[in-house]
Write a protein that binds this ligand. Structure first.
Ligand code: PGA
Length: 251
């Protein structure tokens, strides 16, 4: 399978300006182009500087962690897609469970954001994933399918082919509890089957599906070796250069 393998870091609300600079410099110095992608999802204030630091590294790309659904206007405190585009951002993380939970982002709003990101010529990293009670009830596959259908399945095949999916079970995020490779594979396979049903095998096979939730150097290899796991969306371990480089080298 020749789909992109990706280690994407999500710094969340961590690292002041100087710390972000130091982290990026360490990642640039310590990683080599293996043919796989490293994506840095930084807070807004870092984007321009990090973009400059990685501009000579083919394998490192820049992501924002959010953007506003409207193109411009009176939305105090918000950031638009053209602002992101103007500083060299290529990817935008959308629908992270923390945004769903703390900022009330639902499937319909996320569908709007997906459209805005694509219209701006950027690439969404679309997050999905269930909370623990849903997994315990055994309805996790249906739950994730609904998230994908309601936010993505209005897209044309051409637009859908630009999407990266990140499956992040909420019970595994920041908890130190990782989904087992078998649990990740089960969901990723189900997601790919759903994509095949809607968009056909070719697009389903070409879509990168990342796993997120306590990915660490110690578990990355096992997770990434699953046939439908194409990399990770990494929070805590992306803040430590050695750990994140080890994860990037785990394919
Ligand atoms: P974690 O976060 O790696 O710290 O669990 C993952 C995420 O929220 O993307």
């Amino acid at each position: 399978m020749n789909r992109l393998k990706i280690a994407a870091g999500n710094w969340k609300m961590n690292k002041n300006f100087g710390e972000g600079l130091a982290l990026t410099q360490a990642l640039v110095a310590g990683s080599e182009d293996t043919g796989n992608l490293m994506i840095l999802g930084t807070p807004y204030i870092h984007l321009q500087t990090v973009g400059g630091l990685i501009s000579n590294s083919n394998h490192i790309k820049l992501a924002a962690q959010n953007c506003h659904q409207n193109l411009k206007g009176a939305y105090t405190g918000e950031i638009s897609i053209s602002m992101l585009q103007s500083v060299g951002v290529e990817y935008v993380i959308l629908g992270h469970s923390e945004r769903r939970q703390y900022f009330d982002e639902g499937n319909a709003l996320l569908a709007e954001k997906v459209n805005t990101v694509l219209e701006g010529g950027l690439l969404p990293i679309f997050c999905c994933g269930e909370a623990l009670p849903i997994r315990e009830a055994g309805t996790h596959v249906e739950f994730v399918a609904k998230q994908l259908k309601e936010s993505l399945f209005h897209l044309s095949a051409e637009d859908f082919s630009k999407i990266v999916i990140a499956y992040e079970p909420i019970w595994a995020i920041g908890t130190g509890v990782t989904a087992s490779p078998a649990q990740a594979q089960e969901m990723h396979q189900a997601i790919r089957a759903l994509l095949a049903e809607k968009y056909g095998n070719e697009i389903a096979d070409a879509t990168s599906i990342l796993y997120g939730g306590s990915v660490k150097p110690a578990n990355a290899k096992d997770l990434f070796s699953q046939p439908d796991v194409d990399g990770g969306l990494v929070g805590g371990a992306s803040l430590k250069p050695d750990d994140f480089i080890a994860i990037y080298n785990s394919f």
